[in-house]
Design a binder for this molecule. Structure first.
Ligand SMILES: Cc1ncc(COP(=O)(O)O)c(C=O)c1O
Ligand SMILES: [Zn+2]
Length: 698
């Protein structure tokens, strides 16, 4: 079946070699970048004669253009043949169509890496390889583990500590040997190579290995065949149709490299009329390709990854960058970086509006798509395909915070009428959502606390009008509390935008502002908002009551409850929540002791980075005391995450460090905080004083 695989060409020197999938380096120059070539006219003739018509919808349907005999019935799990649904909700959101998703979640282990694993493992078995080494940021690990299990191949996986435990457990379940490397992914890759060489075990080198890269072409074939079925731009149905854009999040880059080779072959066969433009999206904390492309550099400078999206943490892309750049220069394309926070927002949006639960790495592609649409890079009518994979399991915590699992009904065996109605009132409260839009973090927090000290509402914060619109569209709240004077888009424009959008025009708005209002503005606000409250000049309880009544709930000021309730809002306003993140119990105790004399502080503690991050999203603390060397996620990563989230950016941080900091680290830290205390000289009084100073509202 590999009769059409004719030869191999070295991408560096052009030397030609016989067609052997196991060829690792160029026989002339030693380069590892090789390319498989096929008898394309013969394949075209076969396919046009109807060879594809009766084949199953798996990636093996394009077997003539694969360098491997397959499928092997003992190994295949029906990989490939994934769906290509259209994203109507995203199209409406951005006013662009059509947008398709190549839904790689439907592969055996939920990512496009299953293509690579299926073809590579099938090939390994065919040439008698019984043991394999692989370094992976996570998804390739799961895919290879599953396919190697079926093929009876022993697999050594090198993964970093950043990979989530869920993925490690999954690969261990498949029986792979997991080597956890305490370092970056690039270091893990290096160690895997040395291990393989020393033990004489085959190592899969991803984009450089012929079966691996070739497998990714099947994405292109499926997309073009799929578009041919749904896309009727005057072409007879059943032909191959190329999209205008192929968008993918990139770490090592094997996906787009293979996909572009696939489209290239279809083009050479005359089956499509153009090769798509390439949208390469990276996480901003690990975007060596994006920076290099912007600088028109031929080589990417390696970076040290700082992103929560561990799947995308390849700091050194090597030659893959040059190949992708060459493609973008020849056929068009764009390289973009997106912040983690924007990826998480995109992830929630795609899940809640399009019903697709994609993983953070794929969400990066959607956030990048948003940029390309907004800056006009993708033009009206262009056909866009985005690669999506994975599950949300490993990210739900910091995306949803603590505000999702609140539906608690106390189910008595025989609920009395009164009990049931109390329960249902409570439920109504729990599903009520309020968005507070204010650029002053203290005011935002005050209103949040005020509401939450009386009612179990879900309260989300936004930092200006533009951010407010995003959060409101995202959360569809029951009520909005808005300030008027804000940067970017002020409150009046914000209200105008809300009222002109049929999706948000019905949401009641309560204005709380310090701005003096002109008669015209007052008329406008009277028409479009519920009420206007002047900051510093209202009774907090009246405001809460007004909001609660507007929402149609029981007022909180009923006389019976008054005695218990009255003291609360003032107290709540005076309280400060302080989060201490430190893995050393003795240091935790010390910080706790220094602050416990202040009853107005509510202390929360976390003993590793991941717990710390969860606590940040759950409690929105007023101040964070942060150790730097932490298990799971270090202090630098936490600072980065805070910085990338508009609602958390202003949280004061006191770094409490045990390690001697070098100049570089100190400079990095100073970008986030001006308070760096060393544990060695820790002094209780001075620490408490610093905390007090940082908590003082500006
Ligand atoms: C959805 C998604 N995008 C991008 C990547 C990064 O892939 P690569 O390392 O091939 O660039 C992955 C990796 O698994 C992924 O799952
Ligand atoms: Zn060569």
């Amino acid at each position: 079946m590999t009769a059409h695989f004719t030869h191999i060409v070295c991408l560096e020197c052009g030397h030609q070699m016989p067609p052997k999938a196991e060829q690792r380096t160029c026989a002339a120059c030693g380069s590892a970048w090789l390319d498989a070539r096929y008898d394309l006219p013969a394949v075209r003739a076969l396919w046009e004669a109807g060879a594809l018509r009766h084949r199953e919808a798996t990636l093996w349907r394009y077997r003539e253009l694969l360098p491997v005999d397959g499928p092997n019935p003992e190994i295949t799990m029906g990989e490939g043949g994934t769906a290509l649904p259209r994203l109507y909700s995203t199209e409406r959101l951005y006013g662009h169509q059509p947008i398709y998703v190549k839904d790689e979640r439907k592969n055996p282990t939920n990512s496009f890496k299953d293509r690579q694993a299926a073809v590579s493992v099938t090939w390994m078995r065919s040439v008698g390889i019984g043991e394999c080494v692989l370094a992976s940021t996570g998804n390739a690990a799961v895919a290879y583990a599953a396919f190697c299990a079926r093929a009876g191949i022993r697999l050594w996986l090198f993964m970093t500590n950043a990979a989530p435990l869920e993925k490690m457990r999954e690969v261990a379940l498949y029986g792979a040997e997991v080597v956890r490397v305490n370092g970056t992914y690039d270091e893990a890759k290096h160690m895997a190579a040395q291990f393989a060489q020393r033990r004489g075990i085959y190592i899969d080198t991803g984009a450089k290995a012929i079966p691996s890269k070739e497998s990714m072409k099947t994405l292109a074939f499926e997309i073009a065949e799929g578009l041919g079925l749904v896309h009727d731009h005057g072409r007879p149905s059943g032909q191959f149709v190329a999209p205008d854009w192929y968008i993918q999040a990139v770490s090592g880059g094997i996906g787009p490299l293979g996909v572009m080779k696939g489209f290239g072959e279809l083009y050479e066969m005359g089956l499509i009329d153009r090769v798509p433009k390439l949208g390469i999206i990276q996480a901003a904390g690990c975007a060596p390709m994006v920076s290099a492309y912007a600088a028109q550099a031929e080589k990417a400078t390696p970076v040290s990854p700082k992103t929560l999206i561990h799947v995308l943490a390849t700091g050194d892309p090597g030659a893959a960058y040059g190949l992708l750049r060459a493609h973008a220069l020849a056929h068009g394309g764009a390289f973009r970086a997106v912040e983690d926070g924007d990826a998480f927002r995109a992830m929630r949006q795609v899940a809640s509006q399009a019903g697709l639960s994609v993983e953070p790495a794929a969400a990066v592609a959607f956030a990048g798509l948003e940029q390309l649409l907004q800056d006009g890079t993708i033009q009206a009518g262009e056909v866009v395909v985005v690669n999506a994979s994975g599950h949300t399991l490993t990210a739900e915590g910091h995306i949803l915070g603590d505000q999702y699992d609140r539906y608690i009904l106390s189910l008595n065996a025989q609920p009395s009428g009164a009990q049931l109605s109390t329960d249902l009132d409570a439920l109504a409260e729990q599903v009520t959502t309020v968005v507070v839009v204010d650029d002053n973090p203290n005011d935002r927090k005050l209103i949040r606390r005020l509401l939450q000290s009386y009612k179990q509402y879900r309260v989300y914060e936004a930092t200006d009008g533009a951010d407010g619109l995003t959060v409101v569209r995202d959360r569809q709240p029951d009520l909005i509390v808005a300030d008027l004077t804000m940067p970017e888009m002020d409150g009046l424009d914000f209200v105008r935008a809300l009222k002109s959008d049929p999706k948000t025009s019905h949401i009641p708005v309560v204005v709380v502002s310090a701005k003096s209002i002109t008669p015209d503005e007052r008329t406008f606000l009277r028409r479009h908002t519920e009420s206007v409250w002047t900051k510093g000049d209202f009774d907090t309880r009246q405001l809460v009551d007004h909001i609660v009544l507007t929402l149609g709930h029981q007022p909180v000021a009923s006389p019976r409850r008054e005695a218990v309730r009255t003291a609360q809002p003032e107290e709540a306003a005076a309280q400060h929540t302080i989060l201490i993140i430190d893995d050393n119990p003795a240091d935790l105790r010390l910080a706790r002791r220094a602050l416990s004399r202040h009853p107005e502080y509510q202390l929360i503690e976390a003993s590793d980075g991941r717990e710390g991050l969860k606590a940040i999203y759950a409690h929105h603390p007023d101040l964070i005391v942060l150790d730097l060397t932490l298990p799971e996620l270090d202090g630098f990563t936490i600072l980065d995450t805070l910085h990338n989230d508009r609602t958390l950016r202003d949280t004061p941080v006191i770094v409490l460090s045990a390690k001697g900091l070098n100049l570089n680290e100190r400079t990095t830290l100073l970008r986030y905080t001006d308070v760096i205390l060393e544990k060695a000289g820790f002094e209780v009084g001075q620490f408490a004083e610093t905390v007090k100073r940082k908590l003082k509202p500006d």
